[in-house]
Write a protein that binds this ligand. Structure first.
Ligand code: CA
Length: 480
């Protein structure tokens, strides 16, 4: 059970907020005032506050009570920081939590035309090992009269080395000292004009070492600037993450589980690549050729490295190639032996309609789509097959079929049959499916050596013709 709310505890009281001045331009100096007027009917508010937030950030300020509310006097710099470097018309949400738990909340809009100086970085986000690179640092914000910056530059000395620092503004004076590996102290001196005539201040020139690391951070920490009036102001760290990469030097190709062959009709083999070094581009482009490098019809490979046989009954060795995609030209190869591929028999579909409902006619078992299926209108007597054409005949070697999903039991008792008479008469049983098959693809071997023009699947009683896909294969070409 929820506790009953306590009177005046954590109770939000909408109030009127007024920031003075409501336009902030020029340099960040001095205080500003925020008046928070509480509603006339608000509960009596305590004469001291416990918490002041601006846009959700807790800030410190001098808060006093006045008639009908609070008055806040606070440092402009702290106020500007709470606005998170927004400029233009900025909505400022002020909340004051009283000691007795009321939260007085209101919003004012302030036009901000000043920014506290801060450093930022650009360039060099991806570097090849062994290459030199530069990081360009800029100063943003003219809200103070900057006369110098002091900065610690930090990097992983195992991965990169410091080369030099170079001013991008005339007469800007930069000195650097290094007390320990991976850290360089920079002092950047100039006049306010030097800092703000253009935003790019200096380049730090570095070099990536030979490494297998794939990224590194280069950070500026302990940053402070001094003003012409001798104030020293700390500002935020600057982090640059750099991707390190190398050329592909070696690719090793292997089959999943060590496989180096496809020895079942319509079988597949998943090829895998190992690319070195590890910070080189790991993706490869797959292709397959004859052993002499010419195009092959024996096998095909998709972009994920899945190798498949063919439907033409072609067998033999092929060469699988994984090529680096970084332009290095590095390749890896594996010879794969393809055997037991059979020729897919094609012909004109025939079968028995009407279907149970439109879209599940007999030819849906012959459309190459495992999600469509034959669904006859009656429980018994449904069949679907192909006619290989007048004067032709085929000796079946194998039939592959895919049951209707969720209805594998409707296959049990189904038959593969052949006829040389007509699509409806003269059929001879070539195979009977005597037990419930697997969901997914099933393959059955046909041992009859007779040739037939009409070949079909005859659904058992109670089977409703159900079958999703049916493929007939022969080791030989059509007999004419
Ligand atoms: Ca289908």
């Amino acid at each position: 059970m929820e506790e009953a709310p306590q009177p005046n505890a954590d109770f939000i009281v909408p109030s009127t907020v007024d920031v003075n001045p409501d336009t902030l331009t020029g340099k960040i100096k001095g205080d500003l005032t925020i008046n928070v007027q509480v509603p006339a009917n608000a509960a009596e508010f305590s004469n001291s506050s416990v918490k002041l937030t601006i846009n959700g950030q807790t800030v410190s300020a001098d808060v006093s009570t006045v008639n009908k509310g609070y008055q806040v006097k606070m440092d402009r710099r702290e106020f500007i920081r709470a606005l998170d470097r927004q400029t233009g018309d900025v909505d400022v949400k002020v909340s004051i939590t009283s000691k007795t738990g009321e939260i007085f909340v209101g919003t004012d809009t302030v036009n901000v035309q000043m920014l506290e100086p801060a450093l930022s970085v650009k360039e060099a986000d991806s570097v090849k090992v062994g290459d030199s690179f530069s990081l360009t640092y800029a100063v943003n914000g003219t809200g103070d009269n900057v006369s110098s910056f002091e900065i610690n530059l930090n990097y992983d000395s195992e991965l990169v080395e410091f080369v030099s620092v170079e001013p991008l503004v005339k007469k800007l004076n930069i000195t650097h000292t290094s007390k320990q590996p991976g850290q360089v102290s920079l002092v950047v001196k100039g006049t306010p004009n030097h800092f703000f005539n253009q935003s790019d201040l200096f380049n730090v020139n570095m070099k990536a070492k030979e490494t297998e690391a794939s990224s590194t951070d280069i950070t500026l920490t302990d940053i402070s600037y001094s003003t012409t009036s001798k104030e020293v102001i700390s500002v935020a760290d600057v982090i640059q993450s750099i991707d390190l990469y190398n050329d592909v030097a070696k690719i090793t190709v292997s089959g999943e589980d060590g496989g180096q062959s496809i020895d079942t009709n319509r079988g597949t083999l998943q090829l895998l690549s190992q690319v070195l070094p590890v910070n080189a581009m790991q993706t490869v482009e797959w292709s397959v050729t004859d052993l002499d490098g010419s195009d092959t019809d024996i096998a095909s490979i998709n972009s994920d490295g899945l190798l498949s046989g063919n439907t033409e009954g072609l067998n033999g060795k092929v060469k699988v190639i994984a090529e680096a995609m970084d332009g290095s030209g590095t390749v890896g190869e594996l010879i794969v032996d393809i055997s037991n591929q059979l020729k897919l028999v094609t012909g004109t579909p025939f079968g028995k309609n009407p279907p149970w409902s439109p879209g599940s006619e007999f030819d849906k078992a012959l459309d190459g789509d495992i999600d469509t299926f034959y669904d006859f209108s009656e429980a018994a007597g449904g069949y679907t097959g192909i006619d290989v054409g007048e004067g032709n005949g085929v000796v079946l070697t194998q039939v592959r079929y895919y049951p209707r999903k969720g209805f594998t039991q409707r296959i049990t008792g189904g038959k593969i049959q052949g006829s040389n008479v007509s699509p409806t008469e003269g059929f001879v049983d070539l195979y009977t499916i005597t037990s419930e098959p697997d969901s997914g693809w099933n393959a059955i071997a046909i041992t009859s050596e007779e040739s037939y023009r009409y070949i079909r699947y005859l659904s058992p009683d109670g089977g409703y013709g159900n079958i999703a896909e049916l493929e007939f294969y022969s080791a030989e070409s059509l007999i004419q």
